[in-house]
Design a protein around this ligand. Structure first.
Ligand code: ARG
Length: 473
């Protein structure tokens, strides 16, 4: 049976039904079927409340509850599948229930509209996905901290303009991504808070004439609050914006990280090697090992940005309250969530299995005259105006560049010629590890500062994990 043949739930008012083509155009079942568990949970809570309030009989409520529980088990076990005969998951479940339990099924929708029902299901679904995303982000943070602890003594070039700028610890560089992900988790927490408001009882837009107990439904479903305005309640998808935005920023962070991993794994950098399991070969060039998965994360970021823009655009001109346009809120948002979740897992795997070439990083840290700032600071410390110190070191760099030498290769005698005060101290001043460790400011790259940062990172991670656990209970 196709949808066009089926009797519509609103059939009473109509003499004709949309064609099969229009039914197909109008259905959201392929997209919203994934909210089946939320729909069942929402309907059970609604039916229970209706009976507790004396709006439907206890017998009807029991028939509804056991019918829905059976539907739940069948869908979960893959024994019940919906074809294309329904407009959305809400209608599919209600129709199945009514076919099985008769008129009691028809009483489920008392005091409820699909407008508040779909808002409820989407909120429940969003809350669950936030937890899954936060969990994946936290796992990746865990892996990053682990790597940072393991490679605490590895020095590498830090870049500005993708030119070697000042040497840093690899740990420091990696931890930058730890903090980005921490902000992503905070954005996810905000999306959770936005979704954690119970809309049922708003009905189509104006509320309901039945004496519903909205607080009881909220409590049963684990919502922190009940929505304050029925019109806002059925037309609000801010939580979907927040969730999709949180995904988008996360993807941008992952994309930047992947871009670096791709660069670092190139022969030109040679800083890391990705595990074979996270690489692919070429069908023509036998020597190739490509960082496909990191590239795909970078590429999919474009699509997730598109999901956010698409979602926002759907809403920009909508009058209150529900408009069918709003059915388009899910496809992009779900795609953003799925993609981000997968990307977090991919990047976690890449980092958990990465090989770090310490020697190559250290060697690169000797190039690029990255101790030049420290040399100039040293001269300024002797009382020389910094501008003059800058000039002297600048000329030295120019000379060494022509000679193809590094700052570390100059002898004490040669340094003394550049400036008398350098003869004794220069080799210490330009020592790459010393250059790093001189950055003792809070949040700087000196080993001691990075150790303190690691402690702070572990603490932040524990707080986020505790938050997630308090909600997942
Ligand atoms: N499938 C619809 C959606 O996702 C359900 C709400 C339908 N409400 C309505 N008045 N047609 O938005």
């Amino acid at each position: 049976m196709t949808m066009a043949d089926a009797k519509k739930p609103w059939g009473g008012r109509f003499e004709k039904s949309p064609s099969a083509f229009l039914d197909e155009f109008g259905t959201s079942l392929p997209v919203d079927r994934r909210m089946w568990a939320e729909d069942v949970a929402g309907s059970i809570a609604h039916a229970r409340m209706l009976a507790d309030q004396g709006i439907i009989s206890e017998r009807d409520a029991e028939a509804i509850e056991s019918g829905l529980s059976e539907i739940y088990r069948e869908i979960r076990d893959g024994r019940l599948e919906f074809g294309n005969a329904d407009e959305d998951i809400h209608m599919a479940i209600e129709r199945t229930l009514t076919e099985r339990i008769g008129p009691a099924g028809g009483r489920l929708h008392t005091g409820r509209s699909r407008n508040d029902q779909v808002a409820l299901d989407t909120r429940l679904y969003a809350k669950g996905r936030v937890l899954a995303l936060a969990d994946a982000a936290t796992k990746l943070q865990e892996t990053i901290v682990g790597l940072a602890e393991e490679h605490l003594d590895v020095v590498m070039p830090g870049y500005t303009h993708l030119q070697r700028a000042q040497p840093v610890l690899l740990s420091h560089h990696l931890l930058a991504y730890f903090w980005m992900l921490g902000r992503d988790v905070r954005r996810l927490r905000h999306a959770h808070e936005a979704a954690d408001v119970m809309p049922l009882g708003s009905a189509a837009l104006a509320g309901t004439t039945f004496p519903v107990d909205r607080a009881a439904v909220a409590e049963r479903l684990g919502f922190a609050a009940v929505s304050a305005n029925s019109m806002d309640s059925v037309s609000d998808r801010d939580f979907m914006f927040d969730l999709t935005y949180a995904c988008t920023v996360t993807m941008i962070h992952l994309s930047r990280l992947c871009e670096e991993l791709i660069l670092w794994s190139s022969e030109e950098f040679g800083f890391i090697r990705m595990d074979d399991a996270y690489s692919t070969g070429s069908s023509i060039m036998p020597q190739k090992k490509n960082p496909d998965f990191a590239e795909l994360v970078r590429g999919k970021t474009g699509r997730v940005i598109g999901d956010l823009v698409g979602l926002l655009t759907v809403f920009k001109g909508l009058p209150l309250t529900y408009n069918k346009d709003m059915q388009e809120d899910k496809e992009g948002a779900f795609d953003a969530v799925d993609t981000t979740l997968a990307a977090l897992k991919v990047v976690e795997g890449v980092l958990a299995t990465v090989y770090v070439n310490d020697d190559r990083m250290l060697e690169a840290a000797h190039g690029g005259f990255m101790a030049a700032t420290d040399l100039a600071d040293h001269l300024a410390g002797t009382g020389m105006p910094f501008r003059e110190a800058h000039e002297i070191v600048g000329s030295l760099v120019l000379r060494l560049e022509k000679e193809g030498r590094t700052l570390q290769e100059l002898s004490a005698a040669e340094y003394a010629e550049v400036h008398p005060s350098l003869g004794r101290d220069a080799s210490d001043v330009v020592d790459v590890r010393a250059v790093v460790n001189r950055r003792t400011s809070d949040g700087g790259t000196g080993a001691e500062a990075v150790k303190a940062q690691l402690v702070a990172a572990r603490k932040a991670l524990a707080a986020d994990t505790a938050w997630a656990e308090s909600l997942a209970k």
